[in-house]
Design a protein around this ligand. Structure first.
Ligand code: ASN
Ligand code: ZN
Length: 344
């Protein structure tokens, strides 16, 4: 690969490994990471392009750090997809989204005024809108958004959670779909911690770089602080038919409690105060162990119809496999689920 650098919108100035195609021409494709590549959708929708257009650059210095240069969003995207590739490889030995060695693909500048980012099963790639100009004023290329969306690709290749219901506007409901959103937030924020970019300090907030009025999209320590999507802290049998981004809080909160514990805590300059359903206090086992437990549960025990009670059992089994049934880790998994009202 050729060694270049990029000026991103969110991630600061970052190194990029690229491909030289001529004396003075480079493309945004990283041969050291399964040809992970970011291309330009040119504001078109999926129906009217197939692969977009390659970004090229004469001196291998990409972007100017703002949206005024179309390449800047591509720098964030390429940095995000390669950082996610590295995260899964280093942390879990997973070689790519599908574990087939292929690097992720991304298309930036997707569609006209799209305030969202997606994992698309059609192209097996990331699609990033430039924002709707109202709620989202910037391209949705922030690091944790990339970790979230690519994790939907990992979920598709593993448990493949399916929503129990989809309404006529395409909104998805139910616990398996909520686990999909939750797992995407769990590994999206874990990837942010692993990447530890100085311009993007890691935390348990999702989408905090996007310039939202609420300052974040969702958060794992106390999901109910999110008023945008109405995310919930605890499982509630009586009313459980939630939109998946709202329901995701239950298992995201269990993960946070497992990793960090309940109550007040300052991590990397961010303050958290995580509650529990039953007033119990939970002592965390650390993020690294919590990640291993959740990944093993996802990749071995969870299936398309797994609900929160099934997720509890899957993570208990994973903890028993790694640490033993008499371990503190196993007991803490049990406590963390009880603290979000998911019990045997
Ligand atoms: N950003 C949304 C998500 O990943 C897009 C979607 O798939 N509905 O949850
Ligand atoms: Zn999602």
């Amino acid at each position: 690969p050729a060694t270049g650098s990029g000026a991103a919108i969110f991630a600061g100035t970052v190194p990029l490994l690229t491909t030289q195609t001529a004396q003075t021409s480079f493309t945004l494709k990283d041969p050291s990471r399964g040809n992970a590549e970011t291309r330009n959708a040119g504001r078109r929708e999926l129906s009217s392009f197939t692969t977009g257009k390659a970004f090229t650059d004469a001196d291998n210095k990409w972007g100017n750090g703002t949206s005024s240069d179309a390449a800047s969003a591509a720098v964030d995207a390429q940095y995000g997809i390669t950082s996610t590739f590295d995260y899964y490889k280093k942390t879990f030995g997973r070689n790519g989204i599908k574990n087939d060695g292929a690097g992720p693909h991304a298309l930036v500048h997707f569609g006209n005024s799209v305030g969202n980012a997606f994992w698309s099963p059609d192209c097996a790639c990331m699609l990033y809108g430039d924002g709707d100009g109202v709620t989202f004023k910037q391209p949705l290329v922030a690091l944790d958004v990339t970790g979230h969306e690519l994790t939907h690709g990992v979920v598709e290749a593993t448990a493949d959670f399916q929503p129990t219901r989809v309404d006529d506007q395409g909104n998805q409901y139910g616990e398996a779909g909520s686990l999909n959103e939750s797992i995407a937030d769990i590994f999206g924020s874990s990837m942010e911690f692993a990447t530890n970019n100085p311009a993007n300090p890691p935390n348990y907030l999702m989408g905090e770089k996007l310039g939202l009025q609420q300052t974040f999209l969702r958060r794992l320590d106390k999901p109910s602080l999110d008023k945008l999507e109405g995310t919930v802290d605890y499982w509630d049998e009586g009313s459980y038919d939630r939109e998946v981004h709202a329901g995701s809080g239950v298992s995201s909160h269990a993960f946070y409690l497992l990793a960090e514990g309940s109550g007040r805590k300052t991590i990397g300059g961010f303050s958290y105060d995580s509650p529990t359903y039953d007033g119990s206090s939970v002592t965390g086992i650390g993020r690294a162990k919590a990640e291993q437990i959740f990944y093993r549960a996802l990749s071995r025990y969870m299936v398309s119809t797994t609900d929160f009670h099934g997720a509890r059992e899957a993570t208990l089994q994973a903890a028993a496999d790694i640490y033993g049934q008499d371990s503190t880790e196993y007991t803490t998994v049990d406590q963390a689920w009880a603290a979000v009202n998911v019990t045997a």
